[in-house]
Design a protein around this ligand. Structure first.
Ligand code: GLU
Length: 508
């Protein structure tokens, strides 16, 4: 593919949905793979839906995710400005061109008049579009008014919109790289508004004009835009740009985990997982939503997960670095059917990425909590703790949650475990074990294990019976990292101290 230029074109109408991050990612992967250009265009022509802070949020989210922009908002480039609200005169020029070539017209109908037509069609059980080839000649527009009337209305600042004159009964055809051939009869399309009464273009006009002017080669976007694609084809044709029309790839929807319907923020909220990349407080409602970042997802794990929502490499391999994704990605391998969004799978990816990190890298997840608790701990010990925990954590914050036991002796003990497992035999064993430990010069895994076995033998108790009580005495609970590892990290003195405390405190 030559000269690949793709764009991510979000509207700043709120926080960026995780599906938007996937769209950005697929665009980015294709751009990087083909040595092309990734553009960020902000589609902010709908002033009613504009949300302050949303644009910044989008920029920050992409940055966090590691999706780099080559050209566009926040970056600049040869086709600036990249914010549509700053390109008004450009759209006005092309709207005018469409009027001059007979493909668009001024329409002056009021809300009431539009509503009256809607009612009339409904009463007649008509399949006609409310404003289209079958009805437009009954409406108030530059096709039905004289040139003088039109000019006067415009001169008198009467509100108007510009509408596309969609031809009657024509097959509009396009090839989508994912969906294949799409054919729509133009009679099913209405005369879409291209310019609104506030002088702003609608999404359709602005999108087509910008994709053309910014020399976009591939439009990769969510499936919800597929129904608009035939309209865009018409616009390319009427503007004389059909030869330069980009190729379309409409991405499958993100579905709920059970496959029943589209994934919504409500579903995510209900199930208690994030749907936005970063924390977000909606300025309109003050509603707060926790982000993937703040929930402890690593960006590389999240991207790996997102890459697989709708695409797969055709092999068993699941862990892909960004570099590997760039090499392996292909539009041809994107599925037509919706992709189930399974948060468990996202957690699994996170776990795999954490597990693969060297202990020294994992240390950074413990440091803030240690600093907060004013705990001084030698770096080698922190690394050891992280290594002991690495198989057991899904999120960075788990290192502290599960690692606390190394810094704080238990003050309470799992009561169920106490009543089930704590007894006179155990106490006898532990007292002997302490004695044997005292004799050991240096605690290290093997020595401890042998000491346990030796003590078990001499005290006549099966060694399986003392593992859980020993863990209980050291940590207060029933689960955690490897017991030998715990003893090794706690060290002789602390281990003995904790056992003594448990023996003195717990009822037999
Ligand atoms: N502004 C549209 C959106 O936010 C972009 C659709 C497109 O990529 O054409 O979904």
């Amino acid at each position: 593919m030559k000269g690949v230029r793709v764009r991510f074109a979000p509207s700043p109408t709120g926080a960026l949905h995780i599906g938007g991050v996937r769209t950005a990612l697929y665009n980015f992967l294709l751009a990087r793979q083909q040595g092309g250009t990734m553009i960020l265009r902000i589609e902010d022509t709908d002033q009613n839906r504009f949300v302050p802070g949303a644009e910044n949020y989008i920029l920050e989210s992409l940055k966090w995710a590691g999706i780099e922009i080559d050209e566009g908002v926040g970056k600049g480039g040869p086709h600036a400005p990249y914010r549509q609200s700053e390109r008004k005169p450009i759209y006005q020029k092309y709207a005018k061109q469409l009027i001059d070539t007979g493909h668009a017209y001024y329409a002056f109908d009021t809300e009431e008049e539009l509503e009256a037509m809607r009612e009339r069609l409904k009463n007649q059980h008509s399949s006609e579009q409310q404003y289209g080839s079958g009805t437009r000649l009954q409406m108030k527009n530059s096709l039905t008014l004289t040139a003088e009337e039109v000019n006067k209305k415009i001169a008198d600042s009467k509100p108007y919109v510009i509408r596309l004159k969609v031809p009657a009964n024509e097959e509009i055809q396009l090839t989508d790289l994912i969906r294949g051939e799409v054919i729509v009869n133009s009679s099913q399309m209405d005369d879409k508004v291209l310019m609104k009464s506030d002088g702003m273009p609608t999404y359709h006009l602005a999108n087509v004009v910008d994709d053309y002017l910014m020399k976009i080669s591939h439009v990769i976007r969510g499936e919800e835009w597929l129904p608009s694609a035939p309209l865009h084809v018409l616009l390319y044709r009427f503007l004389g740009w059909e030869k330069e029309m980009p190729r379309f790839a409409h991405l499958p929807l993100l579905l709920k985990a059970d496959g029943n319907g589209k994934l919504s923020k409500r579903d995510a909220d209900k199930a208690g997982f994030p749907i936005f990349p970063l924390n977000w407080t909606d300025p309109r409602t003050n509603e707060f939503s926790k982000g993937f970042r703040e929930s402890g997802y690593l960006p590389e794990a999240l991207l790996n997960f997102l890459a697989f929502l709708g695409w797969n490499p055709g092999t068993e391999q699941e862990i892909f670095s960004m570099a590997q994704l760039i090499t392996s990605f292909s539009l041809e391998r994107i599925a037509k059917h919706g992709a189930r969004f399974d948060i468990q799978k996202a957690q699994w990816f996170n776990q795999q990425y954490l597990k693969a990190k060297p202990g020294a890298d994992l240390s950074k997840y413990l440091l803030p909590s240690l600093a907060h608790e004013k705990i001084n701990c030698p770096p080698e010990k922190i690394i050891k703790i992280c290594e002991a925990l690495r198989e057991r954590v899904s999120f960075p914050q788990d290192f502290w949650e599960q690692g606390k036991i190394f810094f704080f002796a238990p003050v309470s003990f799992d009561p169920q475990l106490v009543s089930k497992k704590w007894n006179a035999d155990v106490v006898k064993f532990l007292s002997q074990f302490i004695n044997h430990l005292e004799e050991l010069n240096l605690i290290e895994g093997n020595g401890v294990k042998q000491t346990i076995e030796k003590t078990a033998q001499t005290s006549g108790i099966a060694s399986e019976k003392i593992m859980q009580p020993l863990r209980l005495a050291l940590t207060g609970g029933a689960s955690g990292p490897d017991l030998m590892m715990i003893i090794e990290i706690l060290g002789k003195e602390e281990t003995i101290k904790r056992i003594k405390y448990a023996v003195a405190t717990l009822p037999v």
